[in-house]
Write a protein that binds this ligand. Structure first.
Ligand code: NAG
Ligand code: NAG
Length: 451
């Protein structure tokens, strides 16, 4: 039922209607859960989803087409192609930080590829969970799409079922649990995990612009972004220049008291608040540092002179705190990055192209952005996904469609011309083998040039 293109398009268009009709509800729910500014919610929960949706609707007929592939001489009369089959039933487990986008973007891919889906929104972003559970099913075909709510016990039970694909976004420890559950049924997974994303700032750069771009990326959604720049690596000299520029950017963006800014968010839960608050003890508070537990408010904070061994450097911060770790030079920064788990993103700022290119060439991460933060994920033409500890698999745009499609290798042959098959049947002979070799061989380019 989910396979015809018309069906997929109807469901995708329904997702568009959900976003249009319920825009105000989405803004209210995310404001309630995360103090998310309406601007940030509209950008990250609605606009990004609509871009994905439009990219998918524009290209679906093209993506769905069988891909004809090369054939050997012996198969010139046959048809060899890749069919893009759906996996079947997909489970999408979403986190609380972008509680609409992070289930909707994978769901677009799952529907586009012809799958059924079960959506498990996060129980931590309560208001959004309720909105999704109450409203989304009325937009989609109930035979094929369902929302399941609940916390750890419910998710544990859910994971006991056999799915055909699991798409999980969340932390590396929970990613391991999901992958273990999937292994039981040999279910393929995509794991969108997090990590500590380094942001190298070289000695030559436009400090004011760097500060604005880093402050925006770090404090967007109150720092609860898996691709946020997690910490800055720079020299002592650059730290001295950067601190006043960061202070100015924070002041320009959120005013003298960010707590009163309608554009600065809150931590999602008391548990998360307490975790993030504990991290304020690392290094020295150079900017911010104020907290208010009742509101789950943590001021945009910059910690200077942070040691690599400090608690804040041992876990993904996922809150509005930016530590600065001092390194002597670019080589040391690259070594620092490479001595740790591979992050979801690496950022590098420099007026010198060579520096940015060196950081790109000599590190490994899910994605990369030179001279800015976060912006690489807004392009539907780029794959989004981690490597190593930051995840496996990818999505966005066509990459989502590919993730949720099984590429089925197909060959269709004629039933006549049986003499052409003679050489492969017993009784075997050296002469028959020669015919087969001549008609089915893939020659090696290098061998040819040697001959
Ligand atoms: C999507 O479609 C547009 C216009 O048809 C085309 O230019 C673009 O290359 C397509 N993108 C992908 C990823 O197929
Ligand atoms: C980074 O920005 C600087 C200043 O605009 C520019 O000179 C440099 O080429 C940029 N680097 C890259 C890799 O684009």
């Amino acid at each position: 039922k989910t396979r015809p293109m018309e069906y997929r398009i109807a469901q995708l268009e329904a997702l568009g209607h959900f976003l249009d009709d319920k825009k105000q509800h989405i803004l209210e729910a995310t404001a309630c859960d995360l103090g998310k500014a309406p601007f940030e919610a509209e950008l990250s929960e609605i606009l990004l989803c609509k871009n994905e949706l439009h990219e998918t609707l524009n290209n679906l007929s093209h993506w769905m087409k069988d891909e004809q592939v090369d054939r050997t001489l012996a198969m010139q009369l046959d048809s060899a192609f890749i069919r893009k089959d759906p996996y079947g039933v997909v489970l999408i487990i979403a986190p609380w930080n972008y509680p609409i986008q992070l289930f909707l973007v994978p769901l677009i891919g799952a529907i586009a590829a012809g799958n059924c889906a079960i959506i498990k929104p996060s129980e931590v972003s309560k208001k959004t969970e309720r909105l999704v559970a109450e409203v989304l099913p009325s937009y989609l075909d109930k035979d094929c799409f369902a929302v399941v709510t609940g916390g750890v016990p419910e998710t544990t039970r859910l994971l006991e079922n056999k799915f055909d694909y699991i798409f999980f976004t969340g932390s590396p420890p929970v990613g391991r649990i999901v992958m273990t559950a999937a292994a039981k049924h040999l279910t393929p997974v995509t794991l969108e995990l997090g990590g500590k994303n380094p942001c190298y700032v070289s000695d030559t750069c436009n400090v004011a612009n760097v500060a604005r771009r880093v402050v925006w990326g770090r404090f967007f959604n109150a720092g609860q972004t898996c691709i946020a720049p997690d910490y800055v690596l720079c020299t002592m000299e650059m730290q001295e220049k950067l601190l006043p520029a960061l202070r100015k950017a924070i002041d320009d963006f959120y005013g003298p008291n960010p707590r009163e800014s309608p554009d600065f968010g809150r931590i999602v839960s008391d548990k998360q608040f307490q975790r993030v608050q504990r991290l304020l003890g690392s290094g020295r508070v150079a900017i911010g540092g104020q907290t208010d537990e009742a509101e789950r408010y943590i001021a945009p904070t910059v910690l200077a002179d942070v040691q690599p061994s400090d608690p804040i450097m041992q876990e993904e911060i996922f809150g509005p705190i930016l530590p600065i770790v001092i390194i002597a030079n670019m080589d040391e920064a690259i070594n620092f990055i490479n001595s740790r788990e591979r992050p979801l993103a690496v950022y590098a700022f420099s007026s010198n192209d060579k520096v940015v290119n060196q950081v790109l060439a000599r590190t490994s991460s899910g994605g990369f952005c030179g001279n800015d933060t976060l912006m690489h994920v807004t392009l539907t033409s780029l794959p989004f996904g981690g490597i190593g500890n930051s995840g496996l698999g990818m999505h966005h745009g066509k990459f989502s469609f590919d993730t949720f499609s099984h590429r089925r290798g197909c060959l269709k042959r004629g039933m006549g011309r049986e003499p052409l098959n003679g050489p492969r049947y017993p009784p075997y002979s050296q002469q028959k083998f020669g015919v087969i070799r001549a008609t089915s061989k893939v020659t090696c380019k290098n061998d040819c040039t040697l001959l």
